[in-house]
Design a protein around this ligand. Structure first.
Ligand SMILES: CN1CCC[C@H](Cn2ccc3ccc(-c4n[nH]c(N)c4C#N)cc32)C1
Length: 246
């Protein structure tokens, strides 16, 4: 997978050189290209923002640098044989990111991210981009960040870990929270007793069927308490009558 990230803070993405994503890049599973929006300005101050039409607080990102940068991104994709990269635009006004969306993005050969700052990007940038690319406005949660970079890091990580060979144990990806529509339950490791706290006995029993049953029940109970709406969203018949009663 090829990922293009446009930002005025390319150094924000140094974390993508670390850990599992850094290893995936080193192995060629993932290719990340950072684009500095200021490289596509033409004034001495490399200006990327201006005052909002209609007044109001803050500044809005100018359309011209964005248009030129996204043209360059698209040209690079075309040169490498990708006719329509998916442009993901993090915004608090976007559709909420879900594991299903991350799985859909993981199937794309090419993703581009537009990281806004200030009060956001001139709307015409997205309108123009939709003429040439698929564009999705995505939010990572109902809180306000200072820009799109942190959200892009979150989305890239959620997607990259789904790529084959990125996470050592692919089975753990399948059992993730949300992968099965449930929150994951508690996890334990040695020692069996720590500060007087014991590991649940079933986990030490070696009875794999009982362990699997216990883990699923823990996941259902935790989901029912913390995110009951996820249980309501499960496909009919997902829970046995016993599990429904938990
Ligand atoms: C006061 N203003 C309100 C509009 C947004 C301004 C900051 N900003 C500029 C670009 C930008 C991109 C994403 C996000 C963001 N915030 N929360 C999320 N879940 C996001 C996501 N994805 C925030 C952003 C601050």
């Amino acid at each position: 997978m090829h990922v293009d990230i446009v930002s005025i803070f390319p150094e924000y993405f140094r974390p993508l050189e670390l850990s599992l994503i850094g290893k995936a890049r080193a192995r060629g599973v993932l290719d990340v290209h950072l684009w500095d929006l200021r490289d596509f300005t033409h004034d001495p101050h490399r200006t990327v923002d201006d005052t909002p039409y209609g007044g109001g607080p803050g500044m809005v990102m100018r359309p011209e640098p964005w248009g030129e940068t996204l043209d360059a991104v698209r040209a690079e994709a075309a040169r490498l044989g990708v006719d329509a990269p998916l442009l993901i635009v993090p915004t608090p006004a976007g559709e909420l990111l879900t594991q299903r969306a991350a799985e859909r993005y993981a199937a794309e050969p090419w993703l581009a991210f537009a990281c806004g700052r200030y009060e956001g990007i001139d709307e015409r940038v997205l309108l123009d981009a939709r003429r040439h690319m698929r564009v999705e406005e995505v939010s990572i949660g109902d809180y306000v960040l200072a820009g799109g970079e942190a959200a892009t890091l979150v989305i890239v990580e959620a997607v990259a870990r789904l790529l084959p060979g990125v996470v050592g144990n692919q089975a753990s990806v399948l059992d993730d929270s949300h992968a099965q529509g449930l929150l994951e339950g508690p996890a334990y490791t040695k020692p069996a007793v720590w500060r007087g706290l014991e590991v649940p006995e079933v986990l030490l029993s070696g009875n794999h069927a009982a362990i699997a049953r216990w883990r699923r029940e823990q996941a259902i109970r935790r989901t029912a308490v913390r995110r009951p709406e996820l249980l309501d969203a499960l496909p009919p018949g997902s829970l046995t009558p016993h599990e429904e009663a938990l």
